[in-house]
Design a protein around this ligand. Structure first.
Ligand code: AMP
Length: 452
C-alpha cells in the first residue's frame, strides 16, 4: 500500500487527477487451505482482498469500476467481459485505465474488439449477456445496468468511426489521463499494441515488485516505459545484489552497488523469514537520495543454449521484434510468442512459436524466420550456425487463441490472471503446455539464412 501511495504521489505531480474511478483489469485467483489451516493464494489476490486495498484505492482516486464479484469471479473470461461493461457504464468517471501487467490490458482490448457489439446491446437493453453465468457476478453487474440507448448509440458510433481500433481508450473514456501498468521487462513486447489502443494518452509504467517483496517505485513517471527506472524503497525490505560479472562473489548491499553495472536482486522480506533470489537482472541507472534507481534488464532464467551459444529472454525479445518489423509492413502482428530448444536430433536448433493476429503469406513468414535467425547476434550462436553445430532456426505458427489456452491452463492450476506472464521458454517436460503448443501448429518454416 505504501508503494502504491508513493508512486501515486509522483504520478499525480505530473498528471493530476480529480475524484473519479479507474477501469482496472484485475482478477483474484483461487484460494486454498494449507494442512495447518492457513489460507494460501497469490500475492495480488491477498492485496485485492485486504481491507486496506479499498481505502488506498479511494485515497489515490483509483477505485475500481467493477464490484468485488467481478474481481473475484471464478471465470476470468466472464470477469473480463464485466470489467469492460462496468468501465463503459462509468465511462465519464474513468480517469485511469490500468492492470497489474500490460499483458492484461492488451488482452482486454483485443477481447473488446470481439465483443463490443454485445456490450452495446447489453447497455441498450439493460440486460446482461447470457455469456455471464456466474450467479453472484450476474446479480452484482445487473444491479448497475439499466437500459441506456443513448450511451449504447454513442459507443457504437465511436467504435464504428475508429480505424483499426487506434485510440479506442481515449475515445471511449474521454476523461482518462493515462494508462498504467507494469510495461517493462517481459511486458515490452505488448507496448506497440498498447500505444495503438492508447492513442495520444501517456503510458505510465508501474512499480517493480514481486510476490516475495516489493522493490522500487517509479518516481519518474513521465519517462517512456522503455526508459523507466525504479527507486528502491529501503524501508520495505532488505535488499542485496549479486554482481552479474562475478556471480560467485558475496552479494553487496544497497549503497555498495555501482552505477552502470548489472546485478541479480536478492530480497529478504520484513519478517526476515526468507531470503530470496528473484531471478531478475537489473542495471543501476543512478542514485536518488542515496537509494539506487534500478532499470529492469531481464529475467536471468531463460537462456536458449545448445552448445557455446547463450541467449537471454531479452535476446529472444529483440529477435522477435526485428522479425516483427517485417510483419508490420504487411499490417500484421505477433500476438504472443515463446521458444524451445529442440535437442532431439544430433544437431539441435532453436524453435520459436508465434501466434499471429491473422494469416500471413508464406513468403513473409519465411523472411521473418530468416530475420530471427540472423538477429541472434551472440558470437557463440553465430559461430555455431556457420559451422553447422546448430541447425536452422524453426518458426512454428500456432492457431489464434493458443496463448489464451496457455494462460487458462496456468489459471486452472491456481495462478493469477493478474500476475500472468507468458513463459518465454517451454520445455517438452512441461507436458501440458507443450501439448497445447504442438497441437495448435499450423505451419513450420526453417531458416535458410546461413545456407545462402
Ligand atoms: P510474480 O512472480 O508474479 O510475483 O512476479 C514478480 C516478477 O515479475 C518479478 O520477479 C519480475 O520478473 C517481474 N516484474 C515485476 N515488476 C516488474 C517491472 N516493473 N518490470 C519488469 N518486470 C517486473
Amino acid at each position: 500500500m505504501q508503494i502504491y501511495r508513493t508512486s501515486f504521489a509522483f504520478r499525480n505531480r505530473e498528471y493530476p487527477i480529480g475524484s473519479g474511478k479507474a477501469l482496472q483489469f484485475i482478477y483474484g485467483s483461487k484460494q486454498a487451505k494449507t494442512k495447518g489451516g492457513l489460507t494460501a493464494t497469490t500475492a495480488t489476490t491477498n492485496v485485492y482482498r485486504s481491507e486496506q486495498f479499498k481505502h488506498t484505492m479511494e485515497d489515490i482516486r483509483s477505485q475500481c469500476c467493477s464490484p468485488d464479484e467481478v474481481i473475484f469471479g471464478p471465470d476470468c473470461r466472464q470477469s473480463l467481459y464485466c470489467h469492460l461493461l462496468c468501465g463503459l457504464i462509468c465511462s465519464d468517471e474513468v480517469q485511469i485505465v490500468s492492470s497489474t501487467f500490460a499483458h492484461s490490458l492488451v488482452h482486454a482490448f483485443r477481447t473488446f474488439e470481439q465483443v463490443w457489439e454485445e456490450l452495446c446491446r447489453d447497455i441498450r437493453e439493460g440486460v446482461l449477456s447470457s455469456r455471464v453465468t456466474v450467479p453472484a457476478m450476474r446479480a452484482a453487474v445487473s444491479k448497475l445496468l439499466s437500459p441506456n440507448p443513448g450511451l449504447a448509440d454513442s459507443i457504437h458510433s465511436k467504435c464504428s468511426r475508429l480505424s483499426d481500433w487506434c485510440g479506442v481508450i481515449p475515445e471511449l473514456w474521454p476523461n482518462a489521463k493515462y494508462v498504467y501498468g507494469i510495461m517493462t521487462g517481459s511486458m515490452e513486447p505488448y507496448l506497440n499494441k498498447l500505444r495503438h489502443y492508447a492513442g495520444g494518452l501517456p503510458l505510465m509504467s508501474a512499480d517493480y515488485g514481486s510476490s516475495e517483496g516489493w522493490i522500487g517505485a517509479n518516481v519518474n513517471p513521465s519517462l517512456p516505459p522503455e526508459q523507466a527506472t525504479f527507486a528502491v524503497l529501503p524501508n520495505i525490505g532488505y535488499y542485496e545484489f549479486i554482481p552479474l560479472e562475478r556471480p560467485e562473489a558475496r552479494p553487496v548491499g544497497l549503497t555498495q552497488v555501482e552505477v552502470g553495472k548489472q546485478y541479480e536482486v536478492v530480497v529478504t522480506n520484513f519478517s526476515g523469514l526468507y531470503r530470496y533470489r528473484l531471478g531478475d537482472i537489473v542495471r543501476i541507472a543512478g542514485f536518488r537520495n542515496s537509494t539506487p534507481e534500478l532499470q529492469f534488464v531481464c529475467r536471468s532464467g531463460l537462456t536458449l543454449s545448445i552448445n557455446i551459444d547463450k541467449n537471454t529472454e531479452k535476446d529472444l525479445q529483440l529477435a522477435v521484434e526485428a522479425a516483427g518489423r517485417l510483419l508490420a509492413e504487411e499490417r500484421l502482428e505477433v500476438v504472443d510468442f515463446t521458444s524451445h530448444v529442440d535437442a532431439s536430433t544430433e544437431i539441435g536448433h532453436y524453435v520459436v512459436f508465434w501466434e499471429l493476429c491473422s494469416e500471413a503469406a508464406e513468403g513473409v513468414l519465411r523472411g521473418c524466420c530468416n530475420r530471427m535467425d540472423l538477429s541472434f547476434v551472440d558470437a557463440g550462436y553465430v559461430g555455431s550456425r556457420k559451422a553447422g553445430a546448430i541447425g536452422a532456426l524453426e518458426l512454428r505458427v500456432v492457431r489464434r487463441g493458443t496463448f489464451q489456452q496457455i494462460s487458462d491452463h496456468y489459471i486452472r492450476l491456481g495462478g493469477a490472471m493478474s500476475q500472468f506472464k507468458t513463459p518465454r521458454y517451454v520445455a517438452a517436460s512441461n507436458a501440458e503446455v507443450w501439448q497445447i503448443l504442438c497441437g495448435n501448429v499450423t505451419a513450420c518454416y526453417f531458416s535458410t539464412a546461413y545456407s545462402l
